[in-house]
Ligand binder design. Structure first.
Ligand code: IPM
Ligand code: MG
Length: 368
């Protein structure tokens, strides 16, 4: 059993714009080490397509073991068209899925917050999205992403059959539902649980288990159940009705993309993937921006580092017990946006076009 080393941070920049945005996170970590006398130990490794290019695998055993002993993993992004035609097991995304699964990071927290400075960037009307603050809790290690049997098999008539299996057990459902209820208690105290209980047995089980847990332990939290397709519609119609949404791996993948785009600023949204706490209170966790590797703008120095920097703020809050430092960092980001600094993805008239590294520097200068 590999022990988690306290305050050990593993940087996995990955592909595309990953290295550019994680470079800014590194500056921030170093600032906290220098100025706040924090003792974060940083290490950096390859993962995804860049690891495949060098080692023939999206994640080496060595990197995987480093990940196992790190308290915090900061991931950039993986993938890109260069690696699209690789066989399934070698694809960059497999590294991400392996980390999630083997590190048992079952709870994926994806906030969708509409920054007041960017209300006009949304494709929805300002009154629909202003003040929006939703937390999607996506189950991350089960469901159809990992269920067995899976594969592509030849069948009698010369055709092929693609198979994936959607399964959930009681404990897989209740542990992630518990995270959602606990989060709701610190927010607006409302949970919406989404599934397709009208067509899937696993969805019916999901609904029943969430309901039972609610009755046993979380009666004080307002719970409603919603079919996932209806949830997709409601997110567009009236997104502010939601506080915390808890849902399975696949629906969470889709609903979180949809929710994030309501905010108009994909480049600003962080995420956290959390494991269970062991008896010593230690927890494995991986933090990453919601946006992908954006190969079209990679290497140009124009990517938005804010989502990654806010992911580090989540790490300070959820893994490192440094709420005050998280507040300071989030405030610095707000200050920079208030000053009108914008990377290209969130640029609007009258604002200052800012490069990736200038954005990182500006945030650091606000921290001072
Ligand atoms: C995400 C991504 C991943 C997923 C991919 C890159 C495997 O879309 O984190 O939402 O499907 O989970
Ligand atoms: Mg996704």
């Amino acid at each position: 059993m590999i022990k988690v080393k306290k305050r050990k941070i593993l940087l996995l920049p990955g592909d595309g714009i990953g290295p550019e945005v994680i470079a800014e996170v590194k500056k921030i970590i170093n600032w906290f080490n220098d100025k706040k006398s924090l003792d974060f130990e940083i290490d950096q490794e390859l993962v995804g397509g860049c690891s495949y290019d060098k080692h023939g695998t999206p994640i080496t055993d060595e990197v995987f073991y480093k990940a196992l002993e790190s308290e915090v993993i900061m991931l950039g992004a993986v993938g890109g068209p260069t690696w699209d035609n690789l066989e399934f097991s070698k694809k960059p995304e497999r590294a991400l899925l392996k980390l999630r699964k083997e590190l048992k990071l079952f709870a994926n927290l994806r906030p969708a917050i509409c920054f007041k400075q960017l209300v006009d960037a949304s494709t929805l009307k300002p009154e629909i999205v202003s003040g929006l603050d939703i937390m999607i809790v996506r189950e991350l290690t089960g469901g159809i992403y990992f269920g067995e049997p899976r594969g592509i098999k030849p069948i009698e008539n010369g055709e092929r059959k693609g198979i994936n299996t959607h399964t959930y057990t009681t404990s897989e459902i209740t542990r992630v539902a518990r995270i959602a209820f606990d989060l709701a208690r610190k927010r607006s105290n409302k949970v919406t649980s989404c599934e397709k209980s009208n067509v899937m047995e696993a969805g019916q089980l999901w609904k029943e288990e969430v309901q039972e847990l609610h009755e046993k332990e979380y009666k004080d939290v307002e719970l409603s159940h919603m079919l996932a397709d209806n949830c997709a519609m409601q997110l567009l119609r009236n997104p502010k009705q939601f506080d915390v949404i808890v849902t399975d791996n696949l629906f969470g993948d889709m609903l979180s993309d949809q929710a994030s785009m309501l905010t108009g600023s994909l480049g600003l949204l962080p995420s956290a993937s959390l494991g269970a706490k062991n008896k010593d209170g230690e927890m494995r966790a991986m933090y990453e921006p919601i946006h992908g590797s954006a190969p079209d703008i990679a290497g140009k120095g124009i990517a938005n580092p804010i989502a990654s920097i806010l992911s580090f703020a989540m790490a300070l809050r959820y893994s490192l017990d440094l709420d005050k430092e998280a507040d300071i960092l989030e405030k610095a980001v707000q200050d920079v946006l208030n000053d009108g600094l914008r990377t290209k993805d969130i640029m609007s008239e009258g604002m200052k076009d800012t490069s990736t590294s200038a954005m990182g520097d500006a945030i650091i200068s606000k921290l001072q």
